[in-house]
Design a protein around this ligand. Structure first.
Ligand SMILES: Nc1ncnc2c1ncn2[C@@H]1O[C@H](COP(=O)(O)OP(=O)(O)OP(=O)(O)O)[C@@H](O)[C@H]1O
Ligand SMILES: C[C@H](N)[C@@H](CCCCCC(=O)O)NC(=O)O
Ligand SMILES: [Mg+2]
Length: 236
């Protein structure tokens, strides 16, 4: 058993910064004495899990240490599409039971899991199930929503939280990602205010643009300390 709950990272969209947030979560967990395992069960748009454009390559290279990228992916499909369509193009189907078994196998390693979705919450993985359906079926996960920081995010964030709530995920954490560094901090505060007023969920952090992720991510990861405390990790 890992000392904290495993973590699922869902997005309000593709390209919002889930992989960057996964990296920061991995870093802050490591900095606080844990040995997390990053998983990207459904990777699309790549030839192989260790392809330089894959999310595991991005996260694990910046994290340093051994290359676990092959072990962190369950399905990898070449087309840069929703997993269901990318699998279909390859003449394959994604099996939800295989996803469950994959998570169980990784859990048995006793390391906290950091599991990144693919695209946004409602992206299809099978004909009938989407990313958040599969995540919601797993017990004892905490859920983090990576939300874009810019204008339009109130709507996308609330829709995502509603979809999660409809599947029994009622208390996710929200992190606003200012990927382009273009959003006025006052506006980000307003996004947080709107989300909290309407859902009761308080955003735990906002992440600013890093000009160089390699050199700035350690410091940026510190912004997730409130999240760690909420997860019950003893922080130094
Ligand atoms: N805070 C940030 N500072 C600098 N660059 C960022 C930041 N957040 C995200 N990016 C960049 O934005 C792009 C999209 O981010 P990322 O790959 O994390 O998105 P994603 O949500 O994981 O997408 P996908 O759905 O493909 O998994 C990447 O090039 C990433 O390096
Ligand atoms: C190709 C992207 N990078 C991503 C899949 C995004 C699907 C978005 C589908 C949609 O919402 O229209 N793949 C992935 O995260 O592995
Ligand atoms: Mg990603």
């Amino acid at each position: 058993m890992s000392p904290i709950k495993d973590i699922c990272i869902t997005g309000t969209d593709t390209d919002v910064g889930k992989s960057v947030l996964s990296l920061l979560v991995m870093k802050i967990l490591r900095a606080n004495g844990l040995n997390p395992l990053y998983l990207k069960p459904f990777q699309t748009g790549c030839h192989s899990p260790s392809h330089p454009y894959s999310d595991p390559s991005f996260v694990l290279t910046l994290l340093g240490g051994g290359d676990e990228s092959k072990d962190s992916v369950l399905y990898c499909f070449r087309e840069a599409k929703a997993p269901y369509f990318a699998a279909r193009d390859a003449g394959k189907k994604i099996d939800p039971a295989a996803f469950k078994a994959f998570i169980e196998e990784k859990r048995a390693m006793g390391r906290p899991l950091v599991v990144e979705g693919a695209g946004g919450a409602l992206v299809p993985v099978t004909e009938r199930l989407n990313v958040i359906d599969l995540f919601a079926k797993e017990e004892n996960f905490v859920h983090i929503v990576a939300a874009r920081a810019g204008l339009g995010t109130i709507n996308h964030t609330l829709l995502t939280l509603e979809a999660m709530s409809n599947r029994g995920i009622t208390r996710p954490f929200v992190v606003f990602m200012d990927r382009d560094g273009a959003t006025d901090p006052v506006m980000i505060a307003e996004h947080m205010e709107a989300v909290e007023r309407i859902t009761g969920i308080r955003a735990v952090a906002s992440i600013g643009r890093m000009c160089c992720i390699e050199t700035e991510s350690d410091a940026m990861a510190e912004r997730l300390l409130p999240l760690l405390r909420a997860l019950g990790v003893d922080t130094e």
